[in-house]
Design a protein around this ligand. Structure first.
Ligand code: LEU
Length: 375
């Protein structure tokens, strides 16, 4: 009763214009209003990932709210790329902020602890950059719109074999992170399946600054290619040190290398890096061009694939909220699961039965200090 009355007051206060409900999820013939939590890696060594992601989300939010069918309030929390901080953020968003759904966290390592908690609480959660194996399989409430390593890495390796007639590879990966480990598993499997000889498997840890031992060993074995699974901070330093030691073979990198930070940190040493991406800013596509233009205008730099994936993710959330018709967690989950043939800047998007992604990657190479299509 009180709610109905306050909605009426809002209506009259707005002079009879279509008004959204004054509480979350109410619609008085107007927009579906919802608080969506965001857990992002905004501070610390991987902060450029979170910056791109939150920029992409905010741009989408502005556009979505401007259309009037759905009104999204983003409640953004920093996880600093840490599991415990991501979990605390998730608990705050679910319990105190009472959000209808969550976008993030940035790292698969974080999703591995946050996903089960959200699933247990019945809060739909969608990763926009979590690419490790097994993320959507955490539970019915866990989704992602990020191209998994399992689709990206084999595509990059195929291209490298075709281009360089590669036969022998060395693998280097971070063994203290869910995503870098999963990327390694995929690299090893793909290399074996494609008949490549694996000369050595070397490991490192987060925050490591000296890769001399691993790279000296790799250099002595003379691989045709180096497969590296790392986040940009470590990945860029690895490439820099490798080039300084005279290792000039191409690198095939996992999703962590898809940030312009690799070029900012490694400079020319990043040349010869091959990566697969779900999105490429130079694509001849009107939607992509419009997004790139708006993003540049707003943030003074070009968007990367993390910004693009986040942008599409909020549109997918908005579409699901609209279809759900209310800001209800279960209704949102069901509506997300139903998303098929969504047309965004990443192309046509659908979730499979497990909430995972069906998508074709594009393979890029860094040449002359820029990502280019690798044809
Ligand atoms: N794909 C990475 C992960 O799953 C994160 C990304 C920001 C590089 O952890």
């Amino acid at each position: 009763q009180f709610t109905a009355l306050s909605s009426l007051l809002v209506l009259s206060a707005c002079g009879g214009n279509q008004a959204a409900g004054d509480e979350d999820g109410e619609s008085s013939g107007g927009a579906v209003k919802a608080d969506i939590g965001v857990i992002s890696y905004i501070s610390g060594p991987g902060a450029a990932y979170g910056e791109a992601i939150t920029n992409g989300l905010k741009l989408a939010q502005e556009e979505i709210n401007g259309k009037g069918e759905v009104e999204i309030n983003l409640v953004i929390e920093d996880s600093a790329g840490k599991q415990d901080q991501a979990l605390t953020a998730a608990q705050k968003l679910m319990n105190s902020e009472n959000v209808t759904g969550i976008i993030g966290p940035t790292l698969s390592t974080e999703m591995n602890v946050v996903g089960p908690e959200a699933d247990l609480n019945g809060v739909p959660i969608m990763g926009t950059s979590t690419t490790a194996e097994g993320i959507p399989q955490i539970g019915d409430y866990v989704f992602r719109n990020s191209l998994p390593e399992a689709l990206a890495i084999p595509a990059s390796i195929d291209k490298a074999i075709e281009k360089y007639d590669a036969k022998k590879v060395a693998i280097l990966y971070g063994n203290d992170d869910v995503f870098t480990k999963s990327g390694f598993d995929t690299m090893k499997k793909a290399a074996e399946e494609k008949g490549l000889e694996i000369l050595t498997i070397e490991t490192f840890q987060k925050g490591q600054s000296d890769y001399n031992a691993q790279l000296t060993k790799i250099k002595g074995l003379k691989p045709d290619l180096i497969l590296a699974s790392a986040l940009y901070n470590e990945g860029a330093v690895i490439m820099d040190q490798a080039r300084k030691m005279g290792i000039d073979v191409p690198f095939v990198g996992g999703n962590g290398f898809n940030s312009p930070e690799v070029i900012n940190i490694a400079g020319d040493a990043a040349n010869g890096l091959i990566v697969a991406t779900p999105w490429y800013g130079e694509k001849e596509d009107d939607k992509v061009k419009e997004f790139v233009g708006k993003y540049e205008e707003e943030y003074g730099k070009k968007p990367d694939q993390f910004a693009a994936q986040a942008y599409d993710a909020l549109y997918i959330m908005a579409e699901a909220l609209k279809n759900a018709g209310e800001a209800d967690r279960d209704a949102l989950r069901d509506a997300l699961a139903e998303i098929k043939g969504f047309n965004g800047i990443l192309g046509e998007f659908s979730f499979d039965e497990e909430g995972d992604v069906v998508m074709e990657p594009t393979v890029l190479v860094i040449e002359g200090g820029a990502f280019k299509e690798f044809n």
